[in-house]
Design a protein around this ligand. Structure first.
Ligand SMILES: [Fe+2]
Length: 500
């Protein structure tokens, strides 16, 4: 794009551009998107800058609202000094990992225990809210002659719509079941009810019908995130890079772009600020779908460069060996990996990923993974349940994964819907339940990057390093490949690094 063309784009929004900033901007391949982003950032700024300076552009790299910043492909020629992250020991703790702890036998008793555990733990979170402290049991409600406002905490077993547009929820607790009516005249509640899915646990306030056999809802509560939550921050200047869905082995795997990412981690490419950021990376999370696998989707064979799954993992391990030695790497599986499909999934086994097991800084964990990194709680989940959320809930789409993730954190459950697209193993303990709210809530799977903040939680979808496949084309899914969310754990800000 010519200088004049760029300048006139800004001038339309009454913004001038400093010559140095202009030179920096021109390095971007996707300059249109970058210009749009800068204009929208200036509009959001408290004091709208009249001139876009180099400093202003660079400041966008580290805002909480992620910015689309191209990593310039310049080799920074300087001797390899010791990185800041090397000065710090890793502080990493894991909890509740399913690996080698699966007791699921899939019988009826197993399902009963699984749903009881889910109900009890979510009900405890809901009962922690002031408004629901005095919630009654359904059995009491069914037998009472009391006719005031009542509150219950129940699991939704069915959702249906009447011909007149009322919504009826069938709600259960361990003492019984009762229908809950949401009147079509209650527009606000009707809107909230669109977010309700089968098998989730909600709180309901309402009035009893004439014969104690129906509750007419006046309010619905999700377990949600407390609104006064303080986000944990690291005391040390540590940084976390998050990737997922590399799909090594696929013809659509973007090897050059992935190598650029690895070069950046090694401090070999990027602006001075971007290299400084790389020097602080202490942790790397790989959120599943390391390899493309074999026989995962129709006609995958034609899109496989490496047809042997063992060789796919070998190749992936070869890439990971290029990550600087001081970075701790957490690897969880996804639905393309060689582990059981039922969730929670155990770690990818040594049989397939032997080389990763030989690398001391690689932590092979299950899906989901609850980790604390330098005092910051991170919940990573591959994200397959987004398929269920997007197909069951109006207004959700693959292009806005963070929006779908938001409904899940409000439900405090990673896979609320039982028996849809996500196969679930009925473990005695529900690993998919979010007892403790994390500081970072990370998903992959949908191949689109998304970052948002909600009540002191950073929601991140880490996108992909795979171009659109023929299967995705049929489904009209548009991936945003080669973009890596990078979190400054000390400031709790996220930068989206583009490696295209
Ligand atoms: Fe994937």
């Amino acid at each position: 794009m010519e200088d004049l063309e760029i300048l006139s784009k800004f001038l339309k929004s009454n913004i001038n551009v400093h010559p140095l900033a202009l030179q920096e901007l021109k390095k971007n391949e996707n300059i249109d998107a970058v210009i749009d982003r800068i204009i929208s950032e200036t509009q959001k700024a408290e004091k709208k800058p009249e001139v876009i300076t180099l400093d202003f552009i660079e400041s966008l790299h580290l805002t909480a609202e992620p910015t689309a910043v191209q990593a310039p492909q310049v080799f920074v020629e300087r001797p390899r000094k010791r990185f800041l992250a090397e000065e710090y020991e890793a502080e990493i703790k894991f909890k509740n990992d399913i690996t080698k702890k699966s007791f699921s036998n899939g019988n009826i008793q197993g399902f009963v225990e699984y749903f009881n555990d889910r109900y009890e733990r979510l009900a405890k979170i809901l009962r922690g809210r002031n408004r629901l402290r005095d919630a009654a049991t359904i059995e009491w409600i069914r037998n009472t002659s009391f006719r005031g406002s009542v509150k219950i905490i129940g699991m939704v077993s069915e959702i249906r719509k009447s011909q007149k547009g009322h919504v009826i929820l069938e709600v259960e607790d361990p003492t019984g079941a009762i229908p809950v009516l949401i009147l079509n005249s209650n527009r606000e509640l009707l809107e909230i009810s669109r977010e309700i899915v089968k098998d989730e646990v909600v709180g309901i306030e309402g009035n009893l019908g004439k014969s104690s056999d129906i509750v007419i809802a006046s309010e619905i509560f999700f377990p949600d995130v407390p609104n006064n939550r303080e986000q944990n921050k690291s005391e040390a200047p540590m940084v976390l890079a998050i990737i997922s869905d590399t799909h090594v082995g696929s013809t659509k795997f973007l090897e050059n772009e992935f190598l650029k990412f690895l070069k950046w981690l090694n401090g070999e490419i990027g602006s001075a600020k971007q290299v400084q950021l790389a020097e602080r990376v202490k942790y790397l999370i790989v959120g599943g779908d390391l390899v493309d696998g074999v026989g995962i989707y129709p006609e995958q064979e034609g899109e496989l460069l490496i047809k042997d799954i063992h060789v796919q993992y070998e190749k992936f391990a070869e890439f990971l060996s290029m990550v600087p030695g001081h970075i701790e790497i957490i690897v969880l599986p996804g639905n393309h990996d060689a582990v059981r499909q039922a969730e929670p999934q155990p770690a990818i086994s040594e049989e397939f990923a032997g080389r990763l097991y030989n690398d001391a800084r690689v932590h092979m964990v299950g899906n989901p993974c609850y980790a604390t990194l330098h005092g910051v709680d991170v919940l990573s989940y591959h994200g397959r349940s987004l398929d269920d959320v997007i197909s069951n809930m109006p207004g959700m789409s693959y292009s806005q994964p963070d929006k779908a993730m938001l409904t899940l954190i409000k439900k405090r459950h990673l896979t609320p819907i039982y028996g849809d697209k996500v196969p679930l193993a009925p473990e005695v303990y529900d690993y998919m339940l979010i007892d403790e709210v994390p500081d970072i809530f990370h998903f992959g799977h949908v191949h689109t990057v998304g970052v948002t903040n909600y009540r002191g939680v950073t929601l991140i979808n880490s996108g992909t390093f795979q171009q659109q496949t023929s299967f995705q084309r049929k489904l009209n899914m548009l991936p945003t490949p080669a973009i890596v969310p990078v979190v400054d754990l000390q400031k709790q800000t996220t930068t989206k690094m583009i490696f295209r």
